[in-house]
Design a protein around this ligand. Sequence first.
Ligand code: GDP
Length: 295
Amino acid sequence: KEGLSKSTQRITQSITNLFVKKKLDQKTLDELEEVLIQADLGVPVAGRLVENLRRTRFEKEVTDEEVRGAFADDIAQILTPVAQRLTLDPGRKPHVVLVVGVNGSGKTTTIGKLAKQFVEDGRKVLIAAGDTFRAAAVEQLKIWGERAGVPVIAKATGADAAGLAFEALEQARAQGADVLLIDTAGRLQNKTGLMEELAKIVRVMRKLDSSAPHSCLLVLDATVGQNAHNQVEVFREMVAVDGLVVTKLDGSAKGGVLVALAERFQVPVVAIGVGEGIDDLRPFDAKQFARSLMG
Ligand code: GDP
């Protein structure tokens, strides 16, 4: 009986292999490369992954599982150096975090989530509603501030954002805050205006603290795909971006663009957004992300 079940197993396995095991030929490699490019991993990464596979497994029998495993390993290697945390400089009171990104990327939401995390870590947090242009943005930020239990410093619509940032920093200092999170405008359609506004915020804050801001996070919406490259380039021209938060990685988002960005810009990814709720911000785990990307 034992023997029979064993041979049954062998037959089943052999039949399965007939369908899933196949010799890795050039045509399959080309198709795989196309799949990776379609998933926003970018031409350089797709090329590198497929070349590694060709080198180690060309003309050998491979299963789809092995291919995905090999890709996941390579992707994890690309992502590991950029998987970092947002660490607060304990010498700064407050540590100033400037948050930039286009409208709709998830800046407001991310600030709310970050505020909550810092509060849970026992930090005293202040938020500055630096997107003074959009009344709705300020209202939204106030709601997030309430959720996180953090005061939001705001001014009337149209107020000078740099002036607000300056006052917020003064207040944060006076109150002994550990962290000041500053929201900013995201009107990329007026690039010159936005650039001047961000530069002025930095310049004015430096009158109080010559090393401010101590972190500058760019919030990117993962669902914009290749467009994210352009956003990184544009914002890096404006401010010294030293961290990315990639949002909307829940749902149907093609997270592949994150791999392309890591390979191209090597900017740390300090957190990822995985939902609309206040607790939906996660540290970026390179291995886990690579594995989930490859199913
Ligand atoms: P802002 O204009 O950059 O401040 O963007 P918001 O924070 O207002 O976010 C724009 C929209 O994206 C809102 O509907 C948010 O609920 C949504 N959003 C932000 N982050 C995430 C995320 O990680 N996952 C999902 N599914 N939605 C998000």
